[in-house]
Structure formats: structure tokens, C-alpha cells
Design a protein around this ligand. Structure first.
Ligand code: ADP
Length: 461
């Protein structure tokens, strides 16, 4: 395939990730196009692009960004060469990737076939099993009736987790410790999955107690070359949603790191992976890894990997979508040995949520917005300025702080200092809570597992 240089890229997204994409493009000399919903009329991302156009008038805040035909029409009219979907919205929608291809526009991400095989948790588990990678014991197919669920429960024993095949962002998941909870969980997970993903299919897995969440960043070009960028540790979660992520993991010995990266590569190779993706695993208390899912897109926490590998992942996504080989000078990765780990990075997700009120999202006008800066601080913000409106229409992520340094100790000190330096008034934020987490002895000892936040309610004060 010949290389096709992009002149103009559209981000089919909003907020911080749209801005992240525009920055990557601008550095490469590529023009940028933003789209925005009615509700995002004065959102920052539209001002950060060279051109910006409204989409989805009258469709509502979310559906505006899902208006495939309108987005593609606009992209064609404005002579866009490629569309970057970011995360969420259309990023895992194989129909959108197909529609881009039909319109002669490059979709910056994996092929629709890969999305279909890996985007659904049940079919991704099948790929892992086929590739010889261990998965958490679970059902091979979605559950059709209560009886099937009870048979699995008898075999595997409680606790069990009910998961939506199409799930993401911690939605459509229920932990069941008794038969009653299982039967209730099946119903409520299915209806949540139907409402959130338009797909009610759920399956069951054995629920591992207090595991760590370890994920591997992968990237493939369109010529069959695939590399990994080592792991991230995303064990610091609240209700199964990531709050603080880091790279590398403090919990892995060298051979475990090698082992988990090899497993991720096996899965990537099994499907001929193209573009950026993440292969997620749980690490149990006995040191065993189990594959859980794949995310065939860029992730929120990609920044920590960028800081410790000194590789601009969004720019590499663009280059491989242009048809470049990883080994081309534009990317400069001749083989796995070219990717090195240096130092330590931690990311905090600053949200407009009130920790003292069960993390309920808060809304309103930001009155004061003073950020941190200085050595070792990277900020990726969507709506950060005094006067900005925080609305109930979208997720509550306000800014991502990535702190980096030579060691975990340096990076965590920098993160603490950065959190202290922030001043946000007008909306409630989780900054105080994040400070409590990153100064906690368990955090500083590097021993947090996925139960850490939920089992320490004092962190919310
Ligand atoms: P989502 O796609 O919604 O993010 P994941 O499958 O990636 O869902 O799981 C998110 C988190 O839920 C994991 O990081 C982990 O904390 C928890 N989890 C998922 N599956 C299991 C399991 N089988 N046992 C224990 N915890 C699990």
C-alpha cells in the first residue's frame, strides 16, 4: 500500500481528546477540523481546530457526535483525508469505519473486521483462548437463560461477575455473591447494557478478589508489523472505573512484564492488529495473568505510556494510517528493541464530581481556573478556563494531569504538588480526593489493587 499523506484530519469527538488529536496534527503540519454539538457551542475544542462545524442540530448532545451520515458528508465537503474517532462515541463502531471507507476517507484505527472481533468481550475472549492466552474462567457465550447462569455458578462457585458483552466504562457489570444477586444482576446488567450500548447480551466470569489491572499498549502498521509499548497499571479504580493510572507497573518483575507483553502480542498477532489498541489483563494475588478485554482504540490513559516511552502515540496512529511502516523514519521503530522504558509517569483524572456526595457530577460556571505547571507536569484539558460551562450532557472529565519523573517517588511527589497547585472554583472537583489517594501509605507502597478505593471510605473526606 502506498503512503497517502494526510493534509486534513477531522476529530469526530469533543473535549480533551479532540484537542489532543489537533495538537498531534498541528505538529505534523496537518490541518484540523472540529465538529461540535449545539450543547458544545462554546466548547474549547472547537476553537482549537483550524476549522469547526456544527453537527447533529436537534439530535441531542450525545447523538450529535454519533450522526454518522452527517459527519461523513461534512468530512467529504471539507475535503478531509482522515477521521480520528478518539475514544467513546464512534471509536469502536465498525459501521462508522465501514462508512469512512466507502466515502474514501481513512478511519484512524483498526479495520472494521478487527473491531468486530475484538470490540465485543465474548468474541475477544474466544480470540484469546484460540491464541493460547489464559482468560478468567467464564461462559463462552452470552447467557440465554437463568438455568445456564446457575449451571456456571455451580461449576465456578461464587463470587461471579455479570458483564455486558458490549460493555465499557464500567457499565453493565454486576458482582454477585449469592444466587439471588446473580439472578438480579443478570436482569439489571442486561437492561443497563441495552440502554447504554443497544445490546443486552451478558456473560459470566468468575470474580477475582482484589486483582491488579495491568494493560499493554500495542500498535500495528498496515504491513504486518506489530510492537508493544509495555504496560500500564490501572488498578486504582472506583467501582471498576479507572481513577489513577501509571506506567510502568510497580508490581511486575522483569519476567512477568515480558510474559504479559508476550500474551498481548499473541492476541495482536492472532488478528493481524492494525493501529493503536490495548490488551487488558487482571493479575491475581497468586501472580497469574488473565486476559479480560481489548480496547481497539486510543485510551484516556495513553499519556503515561507516552511519557515513559517518549513516543507520541497519536502521531504514530496518524502515520500508520497514512500507510507508513513502523520502521519508516517518520515513526522510527525498526523493532521492539527500539522501544525503551525510561522513568515513571502517573495520570490523575480530575473530574467535576463531588466525592462527599457519592461522586455526583456537579455543573455550573467555572469561576476560577488556575492550573499547575512546571517540571514534570503535563496537562490535557477539555474545558479548562474561567468562564467555561460544565454541563450535565457529557462525562465529567475536566483535565488529565500526567506527572513524570525518574522514579515512582519523583512522579508521585510531582503529582501531589500539581494537585496542590490547582485552584478550581465554581464547580466541585475530586482534587482533594485525588490528593488523599496519592498520599495514602498503600499508594506510596505501590500495593494498590482494584479494591483499594472502595475499601477506604476515608479517602472521600
Ligand atoms: P469495562 O470495559 O467496562 O472497563 P472491563 O472488563 O475492562 O470493563 O473491567 C473493568 C474492571 O472491572 C477491571 O479493571 C476490574 O477492576 C473489574 N473486573 C472485570 N472483570 C473482573 C473479574 N472477572 N474479576 C474481578 N474484577 C473484574
Amino acid at each position: 500500500m502506498a503512503v497517502k499523506k494526510f493534509k486534513k484530519i477531522m476529530a469526530a469527538n469533543r473535549g480533551e481528546i479532540a484537542i489532543r488529536i489537533f495538537r498531534a496534527c498541528t505538529e505534523l503540519g496537518i490541518k484540523t477540523v472540529a465538529i461540535y454539538s449545539e450543547e458544545d457551542n462554546i466548547s474549547l475544542h472547537r476553537y482549537k481546530a483550524d476549522e469547526a462545524y456544527p453537527v447533529g442540530r436537534g439530535k441531542g448532545p450525545i447523538d450529535a457526535y454519533l450522526a454518522i451520515d452527517e459527519i461523513i458528508d461534512l468530512a467529504r465537503k471539507k475535503e478531509v483525508d482522515a477521521i480520528h474517532p478518539g475514544y467513546g462515541f464512534l471509536s469502536e463502531n465498525a459501521e462508522f469505519a465501514d462508512a469512512c471507507a466507502r466515502a474514501g476517507i481513512t478511519f484512524i484505527g483498526p479495520t472494521p473486521e478487527i473491531q468486530r472481533r475484538l470490540g465485543d468481550k465474548v468474541s475477544a475472549r474466544a480470540v484469546a483462548i484460540e491464541a493460547g492466552v489464559p482468560v478468567v474462567p467464564g461462559t463462552e457465550k452470552p447467557i440465554e437463560n437463568e438455568e445456564e447462569a446457575l449451571i456456571f455458578a455451580k461449576e465456578a462457585g461464587y463470587p461471579i461477575i455479570v458483564k455486558a458483552s458490549a460493555g465499557g466504562g464500567g457499565r453493565g457489570m454486576r458482582v454477585a455473591r449469592t444466587q439471588r444477586e446473580l439472578l438480579e444482576g443478570l436482569k439489571s446488567a442486561a437492561s443497563e447494557a441495552q440502554a447504554s450500548f443497544g445490546n443486552a447480551a451478558v456473560f459470566l466470569e468468575k470474580y477475582l478478589e482484589r486483582p491488579k489491572h495491568i494493560e499493554v499498549q500495542i500498535m500495528g502498521d498496515t504491513h504486518g508489523n506489530i510492537v508493544h509499548f509495555f504496560e500500564r497499571d490501572c488498578s486504582i479504580q472506583r467501582r471498576h472505573q479507572k481513577v489513577i493510572e501509571m506506567a510502568p507497573s510497580l508490581s511486575l518483575k522483569a519476567e512477568q512484564r515480558q510474559n504479559v507483553c508476550d500474551m498481548a502480542m499473541k492476541i495482536a498477532q492472532a488478528v493481524g492488529y492494525v493501529n493503536a489498541g490495548t490488551v487488558e489483563f487482571l493479575l491475581d494475588q497468586q501472580g497469574n495473568f488473565y486476559f479480560i478485554e481489548t480496547n481497539p482504540r486510543i485510551q484516556v490513559e495513553h499519556t503515561v505510556t507516552e511519557m515513559v516511552t517518549q513516543r507520541n502515540l497519536v502521531q504514530i496512529q496518524i502515520r500508520v494510517a497514512e500507510g507508513h511502516r513502523l520502521s519508516d523514519p517518520e515513526i522510527g521503530i525498526s523493532g521492539q528493541e527500539d522501544i525503551e522504558l525510561r522513568g515513571f509517569a502517573i495520570q490523575s483524572r480530575v473530574t467535576t464530581e463531588d466525592p462527599q456526595n457519592s461522586f455526583a457530577p456537579d455543573f455550573g460556571t467555572i469561576k476560577v481556573y488556575r492550573t499547575a505547571a512546571g517540571y514534570g507536569v503535563r496537562l490535557d484539558a477539555g474545558q479548562g478556563y474561567a468562564g467555561a460551562q460544565v454541563t450535565p450532557h457529557y462525562d465529567s472529565l475536566l483535565t488529565k494531569i500526567t506527572a513524570f519523573g525518574r522514579s515512582f517517588r519523583d512522579a508521585s511527589r510531582t503529582m501531589h504538588r500539581a494537585l496542590q497547585e490547582f485552584r478550581i472554583r465554581g464547580v466541585k472537583t475530586n482534587i482533594g480526593f485525588l490528593e488523599n489517594v496519592i498520599t495514602h501509605p498503600t499508594f506510596l507502597a505501590g500495593t494498590c489493587d482494584t479494591s483499594f478505593i472502595d475499601s477506604h471510605p476515608e479517602l472521600f473526606q
